[in-house]
Design a protein around this ligand. Structure first.
Ligand SMILES: NC(=O)c1ccc[n+]([C@@H]2O[C@H](COP(=O)([O-])OP(=O)(O)OC[C@H]3O[C@@H](n4cnc5c(N)ncnc54)[C@H](OP(=O)(O)O)[C@@H]3O)[C@@H](O)[C@H]2O)c1
Length: 371
């Protein structure tokens, strides 16, 4: 019996994850699909927000789904919101709609919201965005790395930087953005980097020597592309959490929004879509799905949880907020410090930043980027 469980623990699947972690991962995913509404039944919808007049927040991918709802609610609570998007025209159309509704409601001054171009399939675009933002010399209180893609069932495709697209959009480009914006985040004191991950990271596996899944060791599928990118994002942020000194005042949080009806779920297999439309009870609306982002970005409890983790030397993972706005554990694989460190190093190589980038930026040094 004992030797059986030992072998299950150590026996690896073809994609590199142990069978036991893979099974545990799917239990987590199934629980989220079936019970998220019950688990989150204590939360109000929309999540009540305090006045956020003092905050500047960048929200990536805010032209649809969870990101658009997050941006609108932050702006309505008084924050200065920057929609970092690839489709500027769509962003300005949304801003106009929101302003019109807001002024008709007679609730106060116009929303303080603007849009800036950011195409995550281009690392160059990330550098341009960061340079433009940092040039303002303004504090940045919250960066929400929300934009993401899941080309369900799609073939393996690459960005013009040569990276598998899920890996670039969901992990590499947001990692570059977080690092390049550190000077503005440090300027804010008490700022937060919020990473919209997914429960799918529990079934992910990253090979740091084959982040783009091109070696032939693993057969690419869109699920492998998506889950590896979301796990790489969590692992990278676990190392960033360890590297950022408490004195910078920056908190790093990963989260799961739950299973949410958005453009991101339009490629789900037909049977899952039918299941959802038959029982819409199970799936969150974008308003429900953005609660863990809003909570992570604004709630004071988050800083308390973060501080506790940060001051415990044994912590290897940063704060992970579940779809019900409670701290939870990230996946077993995400606790693998050796792999996470390799993912950190490989990521920096792929986004052309030096290994001591965090230390240099904290000291106020210029960091050369040779993309
Ligand atoms: N929906 C869910 O059940 C679920 C579950 C777990 C995690 N998530 C995560 O939640 C986040 C938001 O997803 P969503 O469900 O709200 O999906 P969505 O409605 O498809 O929104 C995704 C956003 O990301 C933007 N985006 C995609 N590729 C981009 C690129 N190359 N450069 C810049 N922006 C890009 C999209 O812009 P365009 O409008 O221009 O395409 C859109 O604004 C993602 O990180 C996703 O992985 C979602």
């Amino acid at each position: 019996m004992c030797s059986e469980s030992v072998s299950l623990k150590t026996m690896k699947k073809k994609d590199g994850l142990s069978w036991i972690d893979w099974m545990r991962g799917w239990v987590n995913v199934t629980q989220e699909i079936l019970f998220q509404r019950i688990m989150a039944s204590h939360l109000h919808n929309p999540l009540p927000l305090p006045s956020l007049n003092h905050l500047t927040c960048i929200v990536t991918g805010s032209t649809s789904g969870i990101g658009s709802e997050t941006a609108r609610q932050l702006a309505e609570a008084g924050a200065h919101v920057v929609m970092a998007v690839r489709n500027i025209k769509a962003a300005y159309e949304l801003i106009q709609q929101w302003q019109t509704k807001w002024s008709a409601s007679g609730k106060g001054l116009p929303l303080n919201i603007e849009a800036m171009e950011l195409e995550l399939l281009s690392l160059d675009s990330v550098v341009r965005f960061s340079n433009a933002w940092n040039a303002r010399l303004a504090p940045l209180h919250v960066l929400i790395n929300n934009a993401g893609m899941f080309a369900m069932g799609g073939a393996q495709r690459f960005s013009k930087d040569g990276n598998e697209q899920h890996m670039q959009v969901n992990h590499l480009a947001p990692a570059l953005l977080s690092l390049l914006l550190l000077p503005s985040l440090i300027r804010a004191s008490g700022s937060r980097i919020i990473n919209v991950s997914s429960v799918i990271h529990y079934v992910g596996f990253v090979d740091p020597n084959d982040m783009n899944v091109v070696s032939g060791e693993r057969k690419f599928s869109s699920l492998i592309g998506y889950s590896s990118s979301k796990l790489a994002q969590v692992m990278f942020n676990n190392i960033l959490f360890k590297k950022l000194p408490i004195e910078t005042g920056i908190s790093v949080v990963s989260l799961s929004p739950g299973v949410v009806q958005t453009n991101g779920t339009r490629d789900l297999p037909r049977f899952i879509q039918e299941l959802y439309s038959a029982w819409p009870y199970f799936i969150f609306s974008p308003q429900e799905g953005c609660r863990s982002s809003l909570f992570s970005a604004t709630d004071p409890q988050v800083l308390q949880h973060y501080h506790k983790l940060k001051t415990n030397e044994k912590s290897v993972c940063t704060l992970f907020i579940s779809q019900n706005c409670k701290p939870t554990n990230c996946s077993e694989e995400a606790h693998n410090v050796e792999t996470a460190s390799k993912v950190w190093e490989k990521t920096l190589e792929m986004i052309c930043l030096p290994l001591d980038v965090v230390e240099r930026l904290i000291e106020g040094q210029e960091v050369p980027i040779n993309l």
